[in-house]
Design a protein around this ligand. Structure first.
Ligand code: 0O2
Length: 268
């Protein structure tokens, strides 16, 4: 017997006697494999949930305590089955649940879009110092952009997911980038697939130029932001705080509630 590409066993003798026909896999094995894949997809989804919650807490705390929001947008995706197969083939990873689990690190992906480059590293530092998050690998494509102009900070992290009967360590890829980097990467991704990875030279040149322009925009915006931040007492406009209370408003609310509570106690 040898391993079927998707994990089941195939009868080698039967396979060798009739090489052009594939033996029908055992239905019980298919059921077990389907169950394994479903469980795997679910744990990756829980891994994403854990990371999303961490980012959401950091984002809200920052907004409440510093009147500042370093995170513009957070998105997540579970890599599609087709995309997993393509990547496994490209990288020679065995198409088995174990092969995928052990060698493919971007099945669960979270993308964080920040306003400024410094925010990217600030969010990174806040995440990696958390005790239950392990940084397995870091690829800094901002410090060392890809030759095509791609920039982002990639973190491969491991987070524990507490299930009913066990704890599973799930690997999640976190991509951190600015709005300008994200704009560039989305367009490049579309072009790359539109031309089936064989992009004409004039477009790769134009993309490289656009990446340089995007970087220049990021740098200028950061300088303007730093200058404005240096002006004492500058706060983010209330309208931009998504209805969140400022620390002062929270305190006022707290005292109002405390006074109402005291009044009720005195009367009661
Ligand atoms: P999708 O559709 O987002 O899932 P390696 O061969 O080890 O260098 P690997 O393992 O793909 O490559 O790691 P890498 O380079 O860090 O890329 C991981 C993901 O980053 C990619 O996943 C993309 O999402 C993104 N990325 C990396 N390079 C580029 C790029 O040049 N352009 C754009 N637009 N995105 C990029 P997938 O599986 O390629 O794609």
């Amino acid at each position: 017997m040898r391993q079927h590409p998707y994990g089941g066993r195939v009868n080698q003798q039967a396979d060798e006697a009739t090489p052009q026909t594939h033996p029908a896999p055992d239905p019980a094995e298919i059921r077990a494999l389907m169950m394994d894949l479903r469980r795997m997809a679910m744990t990756y989804k829980f891994g994403i949930d854990e990371v999303m919650t961490k980012i959401s807490i950091l984002r809200d705390e920052f907004r409440h305590m510093q009147n500042y929001n370093p995170v513009e947008h957070v998105g997540s995706r579970l890599k599609s089955f087709e995309s997993i197969i393509t990547k496994c083939r490209r990288k020679g990873i065995p198409l088995t649940p174990d092969g995928v689990r052990e060698q493919l690190f971007d099945i669960a992906g979270v993308r964080v879009t920040c306003s400024f480059v410094t925010d990217i590293y600030r969010v990174r530092d806040m995440l990696v110092q958390q005790a239950d998050l392990t940084l397995l690998e870091e690829r800094d494509y901002i410090a060392r952009p890809k030759p095509n102009g791609y920039k982002s900070l990639h973190l491969i992290v491991q987070v524990p997911v507490f299930l009913s009967d066990r704890v599973e360590d799930v690997i999640v890829e976190i991509q951190l980038r600015t709005i300008a980097m994200d704009f560039w990467a989305s367009l490049e991704h579309k072009i790359y697939y539109r031309y089936h990875r064989d992009v004409p030279r004039h477009l790769t040149d134009a993309l490289k130029l656009a990446a340089d322009v995007a970087w220049s925009l990021d740098t200028s915006m950061e300088h303007i932001h730093e200058e404005v931040k240096a002006i004492a007492g500058v706060e983010e406009p209330v309208g931009h705080r998504d209805g969140l209370l400022s620390p002062e408003e929270m305190l006022r609310d707290f005292w109002r509630t405390a006074e109402a509570f005291d009044d009720a106690r005195r009367q009661g």
